[in-house]
Design a protein around this ligand. Structure first.
Ligand code: BG6
Length: 484
């Protein structure tokens, strides 16, 4: 009914992207290579289960020597680099209040540790930001979205090296100073919990160069936590009215049954997921990690001042991606949820996407409540959406009603969570324009309101067109979530 509380007046509706999945122009205007540029397309038949992208030192050398006969879709993206004006005009037409981009670090510091920033790279983002402001769209900028400069991998094994903290702080300071009048909302590391799943994706870490895999992963993470706190400090000093947050791939985990063993397992999994936001928001490692570190023979090397930094510079808000929930069981024989990115067992109550991700709108409400109870900091959903195959009809239209259904159901649950008392700043659905998939490098896994004419082989005109969901989302924004 009308009297029920709806979305707050200045709710930030919009969409989210990452540089390496849209820009292309991977070697243009002085840009250096980043980890994403090394990811080759693997045809479906050749995928070996899971979605973790791994790469060896030898593969990197072979790629650089031109010995690998493969396509690298993230190098080409959807050519946003040259088409950003047209694309932003379409976002503006939908009424976007906010647009999430990432800055590709290797555009600013081509090797990651150069003495001077690359002016052409700085200028490109300045142009994008100006274009957004032209339409009153607020930028939300991620500093690190799976784009570690390859030079840092070669020199320090990426974030495994403590030196990278300093390189990142310099990069962060450079962009804070340059864009201080243009960007109010910042994020440090996209899905910081990617590191244990894919250290190369999460931090440019090549695992065959590590003596002890888990030790290296958690040490690299520690460096990211410290770097995030440092960036928070710098951001507040340079841009006093800015807000800077963290970003987690939130994996709300359910017990398969009321068997206490299942409950315990789910609780553990939730802790292992919330550990990251615990550090970012509470400013210290949670106690339950001591046991995990001990049992896995992990000894973190901390330097003097690290703990103080983490404590002093906690995040202003907490952002996360939400695509699915996870269900775990203590009994291994339960059918596995085929293709669910983060594993677990099949939840009999949920349907799955074409890629096997278990669709769970109510889980979003559960998660919003869990996170708000735990931190009492504003939340921001910075990714959510349905990757699906789209069909272009004879008349050129795309009737993506499945996507509308997915988004509608999630937005309904957001509204419920707001009524539950959750402080939610905004919602940026993932890939408002079709882009290259992070996990599979496919083009055919589409999330957009805007269709891009390009196939998995990179063929197509790159022409943009509006899907049915385009008009729908426009109405959602215009009515501030009242008409769904
Ligand atoms: C998140 C990432 O994990 O999920 C994005 O932050 C990614 O970069 C998105 O694109 C969807 O995953 P995928 O594999 O379908 O592209």
């Amino acid at each position: 009914t009308k009297s029920m509380k709806g979305f707050p007046e200045h709710f930030l509706w919009g969409g989210a992207t990452a540089a390496n999945q849209i820009e292309g122009a991977y070697n243009v205007d002085g840009k250096g290579l980043s980890s994403a540029d090394m990811v080759a397309f693997v045809p479906k038949e050749q995928r070996t289960g899971g979605h973790a992208i791994e790469i060896t030192s030898e593969q990197i050398e072979n790629i650089l020597a031109g010995k690998v006969d493969a396509r690298f879709p993230k190098r080409h993206g959807i050519d946003f680099y040259h088409r950003y004006k047209e694309d932003i005009a379409l976002f503006a037409e939908m009424g976007f209040k906010v647009f999430r981009i990432s800055i590709n670090w290797a555009r600013i510091f081509p090797n990651g540790d150069d003495a001077e920033p690359n002016e052409a790279g700085l200028q490109f983002y300045e142009n994008v930001l100006d274009e957004l402001h032209k339409y009153g769209i607020e930028p939300l900028v991620t500093l690190a979205h799976y784009e570690t400069p390859l030079g840092l991998t070669q020199k320090y094994n990426g974030w495994a090296g403590r030196e990278v903290i300093g390189c990142f702080a310099k990069y962060a300071e450079t962009v804070f100073r340059r864009y201080k009048d243009k960007v109010k909302y910042w994020l440090t590391f996209n899905e910081i919990n990617m590191m244990p799943i894919s250290p190369f994706t999460g931090g440019g870490v090549v695992i065959d160069r590590a003596e002890n895999k888990l030790q290296t992963i958690y040490q690299a993470l520690h460096h990211q936590f410290v770097a995030s706190a440092l960036a928070t400090k710098l951001c507040h000093e340079i841009i006093p009215n800015a807000k800077i947050g963290c970003m987690l791939a939130r994996l709300e985990t359910y017990p398969y049954s009321c068997n206490p063993k299942d409950i315990l397992k789910a609780q553990h999994e939730n802790q292992m997921n919330l550990f990251y936001t615990d550090v970012h928001a509470r400013g210290e490692y949670p106690k339950y990690m001591d046991r995990f570190f001990e049992e896995n023979h992990i000894v973190l090397h901390k330097e003097q001042g690290d703990d103080e930094l983490l404590k002093q510079y906690t995040v202003d808000y907490i952002s996360f991606s939400y695509y699915m929930s996870i269900t775990v069981s203590d009994e291994p024989e339960h059918e596995s949820a085929e293709g669910n990115l983060f594993g677990g067992v099949k939840n009999p109550y949920l349907k799955t996407s074409d890629w096997g991700w278990q669709i769970d709108p109510i889980g979003l409400r559960v998660t919003l409540n869990t996170m708000y109870d735990r931190y009492q900091k504003p939340l921001f959903i910075v990714e959510n959406g349905l990757g699906a195959y789209d069909k272009v009809e004879e008349d050129g239209s795309i009737q993506d009603t499945y996507r509308i259904d997915y988004l509608r159901q999630h937005i309904v649950q957001m509204k419920e969570a707001i009524r539950d008392g959750v402080d939610l700043m905004g919602y940026t659905s993932w890939g408002p324009i079709d882009l290259i998939s992070m996990s599979t490098s496919e083009m055919s896994k589409r999330y957009g309101f805007i269709y891009v004419d390009q196939d998995d082989d990179g063929n197509g005109t790159l022409q943009r067109s509006r899907k049915a969901s385009f008009e729908w989302y426009k109405k959602v924004i215009a009515t501030n979530g009242e008409e769904l």
